[in-house]
Design a protein around this ligand. Structure first.
Ligand SMILES: Nc1ncnc2c1ncn2[C@@H]1O[C@H](COP(=O)(O)OP(=O)(O)OP(=O)(O)O)[C@@H](O)[C@H]1O
Ligand SMILES: [Mg+2]
Length: 411
């Protein structure tokens, strides 16, 4: 009976609610025959390595030119598989960009080609960029008017094998805005939400702790069945959850979920973890943050990532660190009513895209550049979305704050 009730909970939160055009099962049926061609050697359901039960899948692509392991999460095993497999496939595309490239400095090319404004792109304090720096450029399309726009190749591809191409070290080279989907528009929406999420995270992280605390969400006010089911899974496993509303002035709901084990009877052997989600529908944004937190915890448990060193394990497993996370989750006041967070649900994905662009335009951002990385012979939509003016990923101490962040810090 309990299994039946749980199944019903999950039935209401399949991929349609995450606004996908086809079911995760259909996506998998289409891409599974191609896994060998992408060099994917394993699709592993690692959910059972944790006690929470939120589906998490790991995909191995040993010959990759960036991360060899992708993770996926979802409210069903099929959705988690689709997300892990699609992430690996989009990375494969970005490691093998076949678009025509142009070589030259900004000054060399700006009279001949429509170039993005490099001053509005994320970079690091030690950036090698100057208007005379020789570099490679790839062409995207500006959604504002459908015209071409050339962007630094460094922000498009993820082939990190050495030697790196000419002009590397100028801009932030990450996977931010890289996305795939069942349709071009699905991929663009995912990539755009990701870029908006990273901007919101960077801005929120700059707020003083007291201001951050004011954004804590009262989870008792969350009624959405998907999110309630996810919260129930954490509760059953003795995992405390705290959620913060990181939504920036772009007005696209963005949440941070932090989780920490409480019922281990002492120091836990599982690290505290966090997850993020952005979507026009607040419940979808929150469910993405919650599932991503479960995924982060499982990434740590499975030990699958080469870029997580021993020090990271020691740091996060220390009693002090676990107590700090727990205090942050349990002690703060619960201020924000989830229902008061403004959402938006269009009639179609096209409406969603128009609405995202309207919200960006309200903060003076009109250019959304999409570089299409789809390979016609494969037919899986893959894009890189770049939005000049939005903040990049602030994870590194050398990240150079952009104009929006400098408005917050007053620097
Ligand atoms: N059911 C699905 N059908 C088609 N594409 C999917 C599906 N689920 C996820 N994807 C695609 O897979 C990629 C990974 O999505 P996922 O939600 O797992 O990660 P993410 O939020 O982009 O994570 P990260 O922050 O690590 O990049 C995205 O490009 C997404 O559009
Ligand atoms: Mg992504």
């Amino acid at each position: 009976m309990m299994e039946q009730v749980r199944q019903t909970e999950w039935d209401s939160i399949g991929s349609p609610q995450w606004r996908r055009l086809v079911s995760a099962e259909e996506t998998l049926a289409k891409v599974t025959p191609l896994l060998g061609a992408f060099g994917i050697t394993r699709v592993a359901n690692v959910t059972g390595l944790d006690t929470v039960g939120i589906p998490v899948v790991m995909v191995n692509r040993p010959n990759s030119r960036s991360l060899a392991v992708s993770q996926g999460k979802g409210t069903s095993l099929a959705a988690a598989k689709a997300s892990a497999v699609m992430e690996s496939i989009e990375a494969w595309h970005a490691e093998r960009v076949q678009l025509p490239l142009r070589h030259g400095s900004y000054e060399d090319l700006r009279y001949a080609l429509p170039l993005i404004d490099p001053a509005l792109l994320p970079c690091h304090v030690d950036s090698l960029y100057t208007p005379h720096a020789q570099m490679l450029w790839a062409e995207g399309t500006n959604l504002k008017d459908g015209t071409g726009c050339w962007v630094p190749y460094e922000m498009v591809h993820t082939n990190y094998t050495l030697p790196l191409p000419t002009g590397h070290g100028c801009f932030q080279a990450t996977s931010n805005g890289l996305a795939s989907g069942n349709h071009w528009i699905e991929a663009v929406l995912h990539g755009l939400c990701e870029v908006i999420e990273r901007d919101a995270r960077t801005l929120w992280n700059l707020l003083p702790e007291a201001a951050q605390e004011e954004t804590r969400v009262d989870l008792e006010t969350v009624a959405d069945p998907t999110c309630r089911a996810l919260l129930a899974k954490f509760a059953r496993a003795g995992v405390a959850v705290g959620v913060w509303d990181m939504t920036a002035d772009t007005g696209v709901p963005t949440f941070l979920a932090r989780i920490v084990q409480t019922s281990s009877g002492g120091q836990s052997s599982v690290r505290p973890a966090s997850g993020y989600g952005t979507h026009l529908v607040p419940a979808i944004a929150l469910s993405r943050a919650l599932t991503e937190a479960a995924q982060s915890r499982l990434t740590f448990i499975s030990g699958a990532r080469d870029d997580m060193g021993r020090e990271e394990y020691e740091h996060f497993l220390s009693e002090q660190e676990q107590e700090r996370w727990l205090a942050r989750i349990q002690l703060g006041p619960l201020l924000r009513d989830f229902n008061a967070i403004q959402g938006w649900r269009g009639q179609s994905l096209r409406d969603d895209l128009a609405e995202l662009r309207t919200r960006l335009a309200r903060v003076g951002i009109e250019d959304v550049i999409v570089v299409d990385l789809t390979r016609p012979e494969i037919g899986i939509p893959v894009v890189r979305v770049i939005v000049p003016g939005l903040e990049g990923v602030d994870g590194s101490p050398t990240y150079a704050l952009g104009p929006r962040a400098r408005c917050i810090t007053g620097l």
